[in-house]
Structure formats: structure tokens, C-alpha cells
Design a binder for this molecule. Structure first.
Ligand code: NAP
Length: 306
């Protein structure tokens, strides 16, 4: 593949940015990769791992002369980063982000993007429960969707180039409106994470009663919740604080459904439970047919070493 952007600046060097860097390196998508992270510790790890051509101390330094700037920090600090980089952005450059919430990022970042710089928000629907610069891998975005959020003022050529970049990283690309994005993600990602956090929290409370049995005999359902609930606390705190309205809307609906199922159990209404579970099973089939997961039993884990 060939170079899509001459110089790419990565602001934040965790799971998402390091995965991008590995893929760019492998496929020669950037002339130069410049990275920066808040802590000296992370910057030292990245120097050691070597997935950036240069690691610099400040975001302002990183974006100087960059053709693409990727904001890959928690959603709650995107605005602060934009304040710092605004005056240093090159005319004609594209700024994008990978944040999990879009309306809040647009509201906090846009005012600091100077005339002549293209800001096109984005969100790769790809991730793991791991974080930090050691957790990235080149195939993270392969066959996953990335949603881009242009508006009426977005330059078509800049949008096309960013789309080409994501395609080169292996992703499928769609465009979406910011509010619609935040609602869809509240259903598919944000509310499920909160439910997982809650379930694991309940089990942790119970653990005090049942000693270590919750851990020792953890069955597939609970194990899957614990994987999701191991996700980065800062990232997820920011997601809920910045996608408040949509998350609360979905949690309201969730609570209603939960009460209905609770009532069916109490009343012994097996038909209600059976019909409900039949409907949800079809969703799983749809995800597999869409190529967004594999049909292997136990999520393809295979036998776990005892
Ligand atoms: P991560 O692995 O935790 O890395 C976050 C990076 O941001 C680190 O380099 C960290 O620097 C830096 N950072 C944290 N707080 C900061 C602050 N206050 N000021 C400046 N820099 C700060 O995170 P990630 O998983 O790559 O997530 C990055 C973004 O992608 C988030 O907005 C998240 O919503 C989004 N996203 C995540 C996933 C996922 O599954 N993880 C999926 C899609 C999108 P230090 O290391 O120096 O602390």
C-alpha cells in the first residue's frame, strides 16, 4: 500500500493509537509517525517499543507540520487538547478523533480548530478490554466499522482521504450524524458496559458471602461480563459523563424490560421468557451473518488451560 498522509501525529498513545501506528508501519501508510502522551512513562515505553518515528513531549510539538492529527485520548479531555494544539495546526491539515462519544467531542473541539483545518470526527468500533501502549496490534481495525461524522461544511476531498486511510487500516467506513451515533452506541456499547459493570459489582458484593466461589466456578456468562467490566475506568467514566442523555434513555428502556422479565419469572410465564429468548437469539445470528463475530462455541476460546 502507499502513503496516505505524509506526517501523522498521534495524540495519546494507548490501545487505539498504538494499533493505528502498528498498521501504518506494517503497510507504509504514513511518511512519518509522531506521537505524544501525557506521561513520561508512556512516552518511554513507546520509545522502547519503537512504533513511532518520533516521540515528543507536547501535543503542540507533535502536530506541527502534521497532515493528519489523531486525538486518541479519553473523551473528557479532547477539548483541552484542542485548546493546546489549535494555534500549531498546519493549514490544510485534517484533525480527527477516535472518541467513543461524538456530540460532546464536536462541541468541545470544534471551537479551537482554526479556519483552513478540516475537523472530521470519527469512531472505530474496535477495541479490547486492554489499554496502554503495549496493548495495540495491527489488525485491531480489520473488518470492523469506523464511523465518520462529517457535516455540511466538510471538505469532500478531506473526507475521501480520511476514508481511504481507514480503508487502508482494514476498516469498513460509514458516515453518520453525531446524535444518531451517540444513541446507537448507547444501545450497542455504552449501556451493555454499564450492565456488565453492575453485574460484576453485584457478584463482588456476593463474593463476601460466598467466599471465592464466584471466581472459582465462574461460568461463561459471568466471565464474559468480567471481560467487559475490566475495561479502562477513565475511558468509561468519560463515556457515561459525556453521553448522559442517550445512555439514560436506553437504561430506562432496559429497566422496563427487566421488570417485565422479572414479572414473567414470578408469574411462571414460560411463554413470555421463551418468546423473548427466541427473539434475542436471532440478533446473535444476525451479527455472525454480518461477519462481526465468529460462530465458534464459547466465542472461539477453545479449551482453557487448567
Ligand atoms: P488508553 O489505552 O487508555 O490510552 C489513552 C491515552 O490517552 C494514553 O496515552 C494517555 O496517556 C492519554 N491520556 C489520558 N488522560 C489524558 C489527559 N488527561 N491528558 C492527556 N492525555 C491523556 O485509551 P484507548 O483505549 O486508546 O482510548 C482512546 C480513545 O479511543 C478514547 O476516547 C476512547 O473512548 C476511544 N475508543 C476506545 C476503544 C476501546 O475499546 N478501548 C474503542 C474505540 C474508541 P498516559 O498513558 O500518559 O496516561
Amino acid at each position: 500500500m502507499s502513503v496516505v498522509y505524509d506526517r501523522v501525529a498521534l495524540i495519546g498513545l494507548g490501545l487505539i493509537a498504538s494499533s493505528m501506528a502498528h498498521a501504518m508501519r506494517r503497510d507504509g501508510l504514513a511518511g512519518e509517525i509522531v506521537g505524544t502522551a501525557r506521561s513520561a512513562e508512556t512516552r518511554a515505553v513507546v520509545e522502547e517499543l519503537g512504533f513511532c518515528d518520533r516521540v515528543v513531549e507536547t501535543a503542540a510539538e507533535a502536530v506541527t507540520d502534521a497532515d493528519l492529527v489523531v486525538l486518541a485520548v479519553p473523551v473528557g479531555v479532547m477539548g483541552d487538547i484542542a485548546v493546546g494544539i489549535g494555534p500549531h495546526l498546519k493549514p490544510g491539515a485534517t484533525v480527527t478523533d477516535v472518541g467513543s462519544v461524538k456530540r460532546h467531542v464536536i462541541e468541545t473541539v470544534t471551537p479551537h480548530i482554526p479556519e483552513g483545518v478540516h475537523f472530521i470526527p470519527g469512531h472505530p468500533l474496535a477495541g479490547t478490554e486492554h489499554s496502554g501502549p503495549r496493548s495495540g496490534f495491527a489488525d485491531l481495525f480489520l473488518n470492523r466499522w469506523t464511523l465518520l461524522i462529517p457535516d455540511q461544511t466538510t471538505d469532500p476531498a478531506a473526507l475521501q482521504r480520511l476514508t481511504d486511510y481507514w480503508h487502508a487500516l482494514g476498516a469498513h467506513v460509514d458516515v453518520m450524524d453525531a446524535d444518531h451515533h451517540d444513541l446507537v452506541l448507547a444501545v450497542t456499547s455504552h449501556a451493555p458496559h454499564l450492565i456488565a459493570y453492575t453485574m460484576v459489582g453485584v457478584a463482588d458484593d456476593l463474593r463476601r458471602v460466598t467466599d471465592s466461589e464466584v471466581i472459582k466456578y465462574s461460568a461463561a456468562g459471568f466471565r464474559d461480563f468480567t471481560r467487559i467490566a475490566a475495561s479502562d475506568p477513565t475511558m468509561w467514566r468519560d463515556v457515561f459523563l459525556t453521553n448522559k442523555q442517550a445512555t439514560l434513555e436506553i437504561l430506562g428502556r432496559f429497566t422496563e424490560e427487566l421488570f417485565a422479565l422479572q414479572r414473567a419469572i414470578r408469574k411462571g410465564d414460560g411463554q413470555h421468557l421463551y418468546d423473548y429468548f427466541t427473539r434475542t437469539r436471532a440478533i446473535r445470528r444476525g451479527i455472525i451473518e454480518a461477519g462481526q463475530d465468529i460462530d465458534a462455541p464459547d466465542f472461539g476460546r477453545g479449551a482453557v488451560k487448567k
